[in-house]
Design a protein around this ligand. Structure first.
Ligand SMILES: [Zn+2]
Ligand SMILES: [Zn+2]
Length: 159
């Protein structure tokens, strides 16, 4: 049985910018062109990224933003749920655009480091079930599964 493919959503940058703008206004943060630019650039990235990778990406595209601005903007984007933060084992903090994929989780091979993104509706149900037991309603969850390819020597994913 082949696992279901996870399809990347179409990302509507204008809609994201509107959501970010109303968040900034509600929370009384300044809406700066730099902050909006950072969000636009994030929407161009294909998947997970670190703050440093975003910094390098922006500078190679001529956006002269400071690291401090990138960090503080990522913090704000995380607060308003446009960006989700992952702390993958043995790795630096990774970010991704929440709307890039439907709610998904991550599977890692501990030998070759291959990462798979998957969506499992049963898992969403389980999350709702567990939260309900404590009279809570889930906002988000994050699950990392650590696994192993069948044959380490012949693994085609080995770097
Ligand atoms: Zn592997
Ligand atoms: Zn992901």
């Amino acid at each position: 049985m082949t696992p279901p493919e996870v399809h990347t959503n179409h990302v509507d940058v204008e809609e994201l910018k509107n959501r970010f703008a109303s968040f900034l206004q509600e929370q009384r943060y300044r809406n700066t062109s730099e902050r909006m630019r950072i969000l636009e650039r994030i929407a161009e990235l294909p998947g997970h990224f670190t703050a440093d990778q975003l910094y390098v990406y922006m500078h190679t595209h001529g956006d002269k933003v400071s690291r401090a601005t990138i960090y503080s903007t990522l913090e704000l984007l995380t607060q308003c749920n446009l960006v989700i933060r992952h702390r993958f084992e043995g790795d630096s903090m990774k970010y991704e655009l929440t709307s890039r994929l439907p709610n998904h989780d991550h599977l890692f091979c501990v030998d070759c480091g291959r990462m798979v993104e998957f969506c499992a509706p049963q898992l969403q149900e389980l999350v709702r079930y567990v939260a309900r037991q404590y009279a809570l309603s889930p906002v988000r969850h994050s699950l990392q599964i650590f696994a192993r390819c069948p044959n380490f020597v012949e693994c085609p994913h080995r770097p």
